[in-house]
Design a protein around this ligand. Structure first.
Ligand code: SAM
Ligand code: SF4
Ligand code: F3S
Length: 495
């Protein structure tokens, strides 16, 4: 689960943990808080999309638990089936429509059972979804989760219940997310909601609304709470964490602060990182996603100074060509991006760097695609999330540019990116053989009950023999061998 977590168009084994396909469709279990009486109804929730959506499902679980709902992991047993959806590409939406067909059987079997859609697809399609998917009773957008208990009551009367209002200040700041389905070691903390960047290809600003920063005190409190409950790693989440800005005067709407005088009243992302890192020296802090136009040296200096701020930066480039970047409305050039990457290398030399790449954006030529490849060759990313451009209705690109790159060309470019990345990760893993890293043990390896896995600061997964180790423990692991996907090691006394 590193911070930022999306599904690759062409899946291949990656050695660095991400919020990946293995979590898509994950269900969440949750207990009712003490003192809240059961309302006799059970809910089931399934999540898709990015880390922010998974974090939102934990907020939803908390809101429903507070209203007396009990959780179930068996949708056949549920009175309320919820799907928290993603709209980033068409295939994400198609997947959810297929899933809805499956839930039709629940409704048929259990009289009165309700089915609801939450998240980005709900926001994108709104009431239209109710017409297209007859099975649906509830549609709730990302800023409407506090109203869910009321929407359920409304739907129980036989009406279709919809709330897709976007808010300029909702951050669910004081809601304590429910984490019961987690590994008890790592957790997400949302620090901003929405996005103001308006990249021309992207649906997120349309589905999640304006950017808002959450009160830093509630973030630090949540991190402390998690630490006191045994968690040892938090990932601070936002579509663009670098634009985090909170002040008591007008902090709720991040943009208002752009012209505000910088003073001690304002907590920016570098300050927030330090505040969270100081919760405890053995609480690891990760963050995602960084934006090249906003990532400051101050953030990098904070990373360099605090050993518990993990040495991993997710800095999506999207394209290595300035003309394409301009069409994408990314607000930086190839040269600016190279400067930011060099700053990371200079200030945090041991940092691993991940990126996102879109191939086949409108009018991208083969030469322009080669600019992306040359950037990859220059920086040899530890992890690359690759996507073929997919038109999203309502976005600037959909309105202004033609999706003129043939599918087979997109596929070929995608395969080239993936092939180059595969060779880089294998070489990087081979360089790690013989080295010793501190790792945080997270759980049992998917390959064998006799092995555990943990991650180093650079976000690489290392498999070690189980021994007497427990999740949540820090140990030193010496890497003995590797594949292009995995580091295999043993526990040693020290570095
Ligand atoms: N906020 C992050 C940033 O700016 O880098 C990324 C968030 S977005 C949810 C995740 C990734 O999906 C993007 O970085 C981009 O590579 C990819 N993506 C978004 N819209 C896309 C589209 N229309 N077609 C293909 N990939 C897309
Ligand atoms: Fe989408 Fe761009 Fe915002 Fe990322 S920064 S969420 S790519 S609009
Ligand atoms: Fe995330 Fe998908 Fe929405 S990537 S912000 S859940 S469109």
């Amino acid at each position: 689960m590193s911070s930022n977590l999306y599904q690759n168009d062409i899946a291949f084994e990656l050695q660095i943990k991400k919020i990946d396909e293995s979590r898509q469709g994950e269900t969440l279990t949750a207990a009712r808080p003490t003192g809240i009486r059961s309302n006799g109804k059970k809910y089931y929730i399934e999540s898709y999309g990015c880390a922010m959506n998974f974090a939102d499902s934990e907020v939803v679980a908390s809101i429903l638990a507070g209203a007396g709902f009990d959780a179930t992991t068996d949708h056949n047993d549920a009175d309320l089936v919820l799907i928290n959806t993603c709209a980033i590409r068409d295939n994400a939406e198609q997947r959810i429509r297929h899933r809805l067909q499956h839930f039709n059987s629940v409704k048929k079997r259990k009289k009165g059972a309700l089915v609801g859609i939450l998240g980005c697809m709900a926001e994108r399609l709104k009431e239209k979804l109710l017409v297209e998917e007859k099975i649906l009773d509830i549609v709730a957008g990302p800023d409407a989760y506090r109203s869910l208990p009321d929407l359920v009551l409304e739907a129980e009367t036989g009406q279709k219940a919809v709330n897709v209002l976007l808010s300029r200040d909702e951050t669910y700041a004081e809601i304590n997310p429910v984490r019961l389905n987690s590994n008890g070691v790592t957790a997400f903390i949302s620090i901003t909601r929405g996005c103001d960047n308006m990249c021309s290809f992207c649906v997120v600003p349309h589905t999640r609304g304006r950017e808002r920063s959450r009160d830093w005190r509630t973030i630090v409190e949540e991190a402390r709470d998690l630490y006191n409950n045994g968690y040892r790693e938090v990932t601070l989440l936002g579509q663009n964490v670098d634009s985090y800005r909170y002040s008591d005067d007008n902090g709720l709407v991040g943009k208002k602060l752009v012209n505000a005088k910088y003073d001690d009243n304002v907590v920016n992302f570098a300050k927030l990182l330090v505040l969270v890192a100081e919760v405890a020296p053995d609480l690891r802090v990760r963050f995602s996603t960084s934006h090249p136009k906003d990532m400051t040296d101050d953030v990098l200096y904070a990373m360099a100074k605090y050993p518990n701020i993990c040495k991993y930066v997710h800095l999506p480039v999207q394209s290595g060509n300035t003309r394409v970047l301009e069409l994408m409305n990314r607000s930086y050039t190839r040269e600016w991006y190279i400067d930011r990457m060099n700053a990371v290398r200079r200030i945090v030399p041991d940092a691993a760097i991940a990126t996102d790449i879109i191939v086949g954006f409108c009018s991208e030529t083969d030469e322009e695609h080669q600019d992306t490849m040359s950037l990859m060759d220059m920086f040899r990313y530890e992890l690359v999330y690759t996507y073929a451009y997919n038109v999203r209705p309502g976005t600037t690109a959909a309105k202004k540019y033609e999706d003129d790159i043939p599918e087979e060309v997109k596929k070929r470019r995608l395969a080239e990116v993936i092939e180059m990345h595969r060779s880089h990760t294998l070489a990087s893993n081979q360089r790690d053989v013989g080295k010793t890293f501190e790792i945080l043990i997270e759980g049992v390896s998917s390959k064998s009950e006799e092995q555990l896995f943990g991650r180093n600061s650079q976000n690489k997964v290392i498999i070690v023999p189980r021994g007497n180790l427990k999740p949540g423990q820090y140990v030193y692991a010496k890497v003995n061998s590797c594949t292009s996907g995995t580091l295999i090691g043993e526990v040693v006394e020290g570095m």
